[in-house]
Design a protein around this ligand. Structure first.
Ligand SMILES: [Zn+2]
Length: 216
């Protein structure tokens, strides 16, 4: 994918996050690698629903703007730290999906095994302790969880998802919020039935296999 196509795809991702209520107003930010030494990020202070490819900002690993008219997202440090720490990750999505964030407010991650698509597409989702938005505190809190997770809930804040591609990171964010809505509904009904360990093991094996096959 060319730089231009990737920037357009990022803008489409932001518009969809806004349309689906996963990012409100200026909330949320997205990043994607461009080549070995540059990263495209969303601009700060702009409505996600109106972004175009031309609004994306290209930065280097020090966070300096190299291309684009806008200022980079205020969560630039978080994105660069994730991409530096996980060379296999090509894109990062941060948003405030309302139901998933409600779990983060309630002090819960999704580490129980109840929904096949969550296990298969996302894996366990830990709750990362609170850090002040827009400061290096968030990256400090997230770093210890990065080696083993593709998605995290941020206490009293929102969620972060990672992917080898932008689509993978974005699908994980949507899957996370969808699962949170289902789980919330089941709790309202009064009972959540966990999958049996054999079914969970099968799904985890499928996830591992799909990773290996796509790594080839
Ligand atoms: Zn945020």
């Amino acid at each position: 994918m060319t730089r231009r196509d990737l920037a357009r795809r990022m803008a489409a991702c932001c518009r969809q996050l806004a349309e689906r209520g996963i990012a409100a107003g200026q909330d949320g930010n997205v990043s994607a690698r461009v080549g070995r030494d540059r990263v495209l990020v969303t601009p700060s202070g702009m409505l996600k629903s109106g972004l175009t490819g031309a609004d994306m900002v290209e930065v280097d690993w020090a966070g300096r703007r190299r291309r684009g008219r806008r200022n980079p997202t205020s969560e630039l440090d978080l994105h660069l730290r994730i991409l530096r720490r996980r060379p296999d990750v090509g894109a990062v999505v941060h948003a405030h999906p309302p139901t998933a964030t409600a779990f983060a407010l309630a002090g819960e991650g999704f580490t129980s095994f109840v929904l096949p698509e969550l296990i298969f597409l996302v894996g366990p989702v830990p709750l990362v302790p609170y850090g002040t938005p827009g400061t290096p505190e968030i990256g400090d809190r997230v770093e210890p969880f990065l080696a083993d997770h593709e998605a995290m809930l941020l206490a009293n804040h929102g969620a972060v998802t990672l992917g080898r591609t932008l689509d993978e990171a974005w699908i994980r964010m949507e899957t996370l919020e969808h699962a949170a809505r289902i789980l919330f509904g089941a709790r309202v009904l009064g009972r959540v039935t966990a999958l049996d360990p054999g079914a969970v093991a099968q799904l985890e094996a499928l996830r591992a296999r799909s990773r290996r096959e796509r790594d080839v």
